[in-house]
Design a binder for this molecule. Structure first.
Ligand code: CMC
Length: 428
């Protein structure tokens, strides 16, 4: 709290509201007393000016294009860290010592298998089900399998549930993929890294040994780190809102998965690659740029723009470099990458995009890499969900432990009918 207050002129007189100060970033007006004092609410659809919670996990400066996890810049983490290290950092607040990292990695590896009964649960889905549809179902279903970690009042159970979610997501995402192919599920192999194990469960088959390609493993490590957390985005806020009622952690993460699926959020990686494929040739880019600018056309450049970043998304920079590296090292020439690069250049020099500060976001290049690795487009958002689970559980734990935590309950500006009398059906 600062000594500053903000004075609001209200019909019944002036009211002062305290100004809260974080360690960095904009100050926040504390309006908790607004309604009891004045009988008025604030109106903020999309929460563009509303801080819904206090958090010490992730900081974004959208104007400068900065993203920090527990203070560490995302590019340093993506370059130098492992996904397990970032997961520990987000959950525990500090980078682990070597011994802590070993212990954490071991703990996660002990939870990678899923209850055998879950395999039959998968069989209830059509083979052509979208992997995100499957993920909404099976992650929610975990709450029916792991009763011993659903008491959210017990910090130990909360941590076990968090470890289970981080450990089982790769297994479940890989199972969703295998199910679509009609191939047998692969059991985890805990001697491999988190990403190596995921690649083997996804692309390996029981009939042959699977060798993890270190270039692909490294690219996946980076992609997972770049998606691990992003403060109070829509899916994280969904997880927090679901959790605020005391719902169990598996159900809360399933809620986050549902929200992530949308094309304005995590579904943008799938939509961006589909768009790049549809454009197909650099010659057709002007046509799509014109459509994106046309107010009467709902088309948007997928992978462009961000609620918070009004500058380059720092994750997009790392993603672009990774796309170049992976395609070169795998010796793949993909015309989609040429379309992406040219589209980026044209958009970045176009007045419409400059004025609205629309830059490529994390999803613009990730699809190109995932496509090169061999993932079908409908798997992209499931991979995002896998990585974001770490952020979701870290934010969920922070919320449950926060003494200020209350059930989330926004208010509304009601514009419907005032009270009127019921009219029987034969008189309407
Ligand atoms: N293409 C064309 N115009 C755009 C785009 C775009 N991708 N994004 C925003 N605009 C325009 C929009 O039409 C609006 O114009 P006007 O002021 O004339 O009405 C203006 O820019 C502001 O857009 P907004 O929708 O009010 O901004 P927002 O903060 O509510 O939306 C967004 C942010 C990410 C939903 C939006 O930029 C978008 O739909 N982008 C495409 C989808 C996408 O790539 N999403 C991934 C986001 S990053 C990963 C994640 O967090 O999941």
């Amino acid at each position: 709290m600062t000594d500053q207050t903000v004075s609001m002129k209200m019909p019944g007189g002036d009211h002062d509201y305290p100004v809260l100060e974080g360690t960095v970033g904009p100050e926040v007006v504390d309006i908790r007393k607004l309604y009891p004092q004045t009988g008025m609410f604030t109106y903020d659809p999309g929460f563009t000016s509303t801080a819904s919670c206090e958090s010490a996990i992730t900081y974004i400066d959208g104007e400068k294009g900065i993203l920090l996890h527990r203070g560490y810049p995302i590019d340093q983490l993506a370059e130098q860290s492992s996904f397990m290290e970032v997961a520990y950092l987000l959950l525990q607040g500090e980078l682990p010592t070597a011994a802590e990292l070993d212990h954490f990695t071991y703990t996660i590896s002990r939870h990678t298998m899923v209850h055998e009964q879950l395999a039959t649960f998968f069989r209830g889905f059509r083979r052509d089900a979208h992997p995100m549809a499957i993920m909404c179902g099976v992650v929610g279903a975990l709450s029916a399998f792991y009763h011993d970690s659903t008491d959210i009042t017990d910090p130990e159970q909360r941590m076990i549930a968090s470890h289970r979610l981080i450990a089982k997501m790769p297994t479940l995402v890989a199972m969703a993929f295998k199910y679509s192919l009609g191939q047998p599920f692969m059991y985890p192999l805990n001697s491999l890294s988190y990403t190596g194990n995921f690649l083997r469960m996804t692309f390996g088959v029981p009939a042959e040994p699977y060798e993890v390609n270190p270039i692909v493993e490294n690219a996946m490590r980076r992609i997972f780190i770049l998606h691990a957390d992003h403060e109070q985005n829509a899916s994280t806020s969904t997880v927090r809102l679901a959790g605020s009622s005391g719902a169990n952690p598996f159900a809360c993460i399933a809620a986050g998965i549902a929200c992530l699926w949308g094309p304005a959020h995590g579904g943008a990686n799938e939509a961006a690659l589909n768009m790049l494929r549809e454009i197909g040739d650099v010659k057709r880019i002007p046509e799509y740029i014109a459509r994106a600018k046309d107010k009467d056309d709902p088309f948007r450049l997928m992978g462009f723009g961000h609620r918070v970043y009004k500058n380059f998304d720092p994750r997009a920079k790392v993603m672009k470099a990774t796309a170049d590296e992976v395609l070169k090292e795998l010796n793949i020439s993909d015309p989609v990458l040429d379309v992406a690069k040219e589209l980026e250049q044209i958009a970045l020099n176009d007045d419409y995009f400059i004025e609205k500060k629309l830059y490529p976001n994390v999803d613009f290049y990730s699809g190109v890499i995932l496509n090169a690795i061999g993932f079908p487009t409908d798997m992209f958002t499931a991979l995002f969900a896998l990585a974001r689970t770490v952020g979701w559980v870290a934010q969920w734990n922070e919320m449950i432990a926060d003494p200020e935590q209350k059930i989330g309950r926004p208010r509304q500006l009601y514009t419907g009918h005032t009270q009127r009398d019921y009219v029987p059906v034969d008189q309407r």
